[in-house]
Design a protein around this ligand. Structure first.
Ligand SMILES: NC(=O)c1ccc[n+]([C@@H]2O[C@H](COP(=O)([O-])OP(=O)(O)OC[C@H]3O[C@@H](n4cnc5c(N)ncnc54)[C@H](OP(=O)(O)O)[C@@H]3O)[C@@H](O)[C@H]2O)c1
Length: 284
C-alpha cells in the first residue's frame, strides 16, 4: 500500500504517516522544507519494524499545481500508484481581516484550499481509472463556525468541507472514497506558533478546551479511513456544532456579541430573535 501525505513532515500528517508505516505501508512525505522532511524520515524509520527504504520524501509547495503534480508523479513512479492520500499541509495566521495583508489572506487560501485541490488532482485521475483509492482532507473545527480573527482560515477550511462533499458525490461511483475531518486544537508545531497570535476575542468564543495530542487525532483519522467514514469529528462540542450548528450558532453568536459589546463598550445591541433569524451580522 502506498500512502502519500502532504504536510507529512510535522504534526498531524507525520503522526498519520507513523501509523501507516507501522502497518508496513510505503510512505511518501511531501512538504516544503527538506531538513524537516529528512528529520521526519528518520523518525519514521525509528518506528518499530519500519524499513527505511519504504519511506521517501519530496520537497514541494502544494500551492504550486505544477510542482505538486511533478512530485506526486515522482513518488508514484518509485512506490507505485497512490492508494491513500492524506492532504494535511496547512497554515494559519490569525488576525482581524482589516489588519491582515492581502498576501497573508491569499497564502492561507492557496495552501489550505487550493493546495489540497492541487494534490487531489494529482492522484484522483489514477484512482478513478483503477476504481479504488481513499482521499482524506484535513479541514478543522474552524470550518464549523466563523471565528474572530480567522476569516482566511475559516474560509479555506469550510471550503474544504464543500469540496470534499461535492467530490464525494462524483467519486463514489468510481470506487474512490473521499473523506474530510475537522480536528480540534491539537498539540503540534502549528498550534504552538498560532497560540501567541490567537486574538482574545477568538479565545473567548473557543473557550478553554484542552488540546488533543497529534497521536490521538491521527488514530481517529486512520480509524475513520479504515471504516470509510465521510466526515470525522472530534469531541462532543465540535460534533454537536457539526450536527446542530443551525440551532447552536445563533444563541452562541448572540452571547458572543453581547460579550464583545461589554468589553468594547460600544457596538449595536443584537436581539436574540435577530440572531436566530441569522441577522446577527446585518448591522442595520
Ligand atoms: N494543530 C491544530 O490545532 C489543528 C487543528 C485543526 C486543523 N489543523 C490542520 O491540520 C493540518 C496539519 O496541521 P499541524 O497542526 O499538523 O501543523 P504543522 O505541524 O505545522 O504541519 C504542517 C505541515 O504542512 C506543511 N506545509 C505547510 N505549508 C505547506 C505548503 N505550502 N506546501 C507543502 N507543505 C506545506 C509543513 O511543512 P513545511 O512548512 O516544511 O512546508 C508541515 O509538514 C493543517 O491543515 C491544519 O490546518 C490543525
Amino acid at each position: 500500500m502506498h500512502l502519500i501525505v502532504t504536510g507529512g513532515s510535522s504534526g498531524i500528517g507525520l503522526a498519520i504517516a507513523k501509523l501507516y508505516a507501522g502497518r508496513g505501508a510505503r510512505v511518501s512525505l511531501l512538504a516544503r522544507h527538506s531538513g524537516r522532511l529528512e528529520q521526519a524520515r528518520s523518525e519514521l524509520a525509528a518506528v518499530s519494524n519500519v524499513d527505511p527504504s519504504r519511506v521517501q520524501v519530496a520537497s514541494v509547495d502544494v500551492a504550486s499545481a505544477s510542482q505538486t503534480l511533478d512530485a506526486v508523479a515522482l513518488c508514484e513512479r518509485a512506490f507505485g500508484p497512490c492508494d491513500i492520500l492524506v492532504a494535511s499541509a496547512g497554515i494559519v495566521e490569525p488576525s482581524a481581516f482589516d489588519a491582515m495583508p492581502a498576501a497573508v489572506f491569499d497564502e492561507q487560501i492557496a495552501t489550505n484550499l487550493l493546495g489540497t485541490a492541487n494534490v487531489v488532482r494529482a492522484v484522483y485521475k489514477g484512482m478513478k481509472a483503477r476504481r479504488s483509492g481513499k482521499i482524506m482532507m484535513i479541514s478543522s473545527g474552524a470550518a464549523l463556525i466563523g471565528i474572530y480573527g480567522y476569516s482566511a482560515y475559516c474560509a479555506s477550511k469550510s471550503g474544504l468541507a464543500g469540496f470534499a462533499e461535492a467530490l464525494r458525490a462524483e467519486a463514489g461511483v468510481f470506487g474512490v472514497r473521499i473523506s474530510v475531518c475537522f480536528p480540534p486544537d491539537t498539540l503540534t508545531p502549528q498550534y504552538h506558533r498560532e497560540m501567541p497570535m490567537r486574538p482574545a476575542e477568538a479565545a473567548l468564543l473557543m473557550g478553554s478546551v484542552k488540546p488533543w495530542s497529534a497521536d490521538a487525532v491521527a488514530t481517529r483519522i486512520v480509524r475513520g479511513l479504515d471504516r470509510g467514514r465521510a466526515r470525522i469529528h472530534f469531541g462532543w462540542s465540535l460534533t454537536a456544532l457539526a450536527y446542530f450548528g443551525p440551532l447552536i450558532k445563533p444563541p452562541l453568536m448572540w452571547w458572543f456579541s453581547r460579550k464583545m459589546r461589554k468589553i468594547n463598550g460600544q457596538g449595536q445591541e443584537v436581539s436574540l430573535v435577530d440572531a436566530v433569524d441569522g441577522g446577527f451580522d446585518r448591522g442595520t
